[in-house]
Design a protein around this ligand. Sequence first.
Ligand code: C2E
Ligand code: CA
Ligand code: CA
Ligand code: CA
Length: 280
Amino acid sequence: AKSQGRDGVMIFNDELSIRVERKLEIERFLHFALENNEITLQYQPQLNSNSEVIGCEVLVRWHNEHLGQVGPDEFIPIAEQTGFIVELGYFILEEAFKTFSDWDKKGIYLEQLSINISMRQMFHNTFTDDVAKLCKKYLNPKLSSKLMFEMTETSVAEDITKLINTMNKIKQCGIRFSMDDFGTGYSSLSYLRQIPIDELKIDKSFIFELDDTSKSTNMVKTILNIAKNLNLSIVAEGVETQLQKEFLIEEKCDILQGYHFSKPVDKHEFEKYVQVIEVT
Ligand code: C2E
Ligand code: CA
Ligand code: CA
Ligand code: CA
């Protein structure tokens, strides 16, 4: 029993050191990811209940020659810890704005372009100026007013006054805000009332469970009611099945996003997708 215990400790230490090493490696390579052109963006369509593409969410991708493809769930938290998110976030905004402007010129008109924003990025002292400058450089006021910044409630700031001030400055550019992963974080309803949010995004974990538990059916209905009462638009992410789609449309969910319609794709594939959808 004693030696087993020792093995247990060893295994634990091995796992821990592997994890620490992986993190350090990511940290090290991530630092050069921008200058090495390893960061790209993908776009996932958002559709209304008539199956028309009304927008998309921008999702960052990182491919490194040593590490291979690393998912944002893994590297974004590290970028947040090291502060690299500020530089990375700026790059993402600039790329996304350029794409949005290109699409407008090509006659691809979207109601919204959703971009994920980290709290650490949002609280950086140059953020509001950076956003205003980028809007001015790449977008006309009409396009700026179609931007939606997604923030997550798990990373919600303790300093709510500062958060509200920052949001209001950003809103002067016409940009709206979405509460991402709604239902999974720590935010309360009073919190929702205080901050100037325009949209709720129901977390995909609730959508996945729609098919088999009445509990999550009720949960989704409740979230849809909250959105309606607070006059917020609502997006369901992670829609994978026809059943989920039908339920959400029945319950008057405005916007749907998920693998059932399309995975996140690069800019050129998105252009093709929009055109295909419009014809059919
Ligand atoms: P998120 O903002 O909640 O993004 C939704 C995630 O769900 C994306 O994963 C998307 O690819 C995935 N997804 C979409 N539809 C489906 C579906 O039908 N089924 C399943 N199983 N998954 C679906 P992804 O791209 O790996 O991103 C993970 C997280 O990384 C994001 O979660 C977001 O928190 C963060 N992230 C991604 N891009 C950015 C970015 O540009 N900036 C920041 N700050 N965070 C980002
Ligand atoms: Ca998101
Ligand atoms: Ca989410
Ligand atoms: Ca998330």
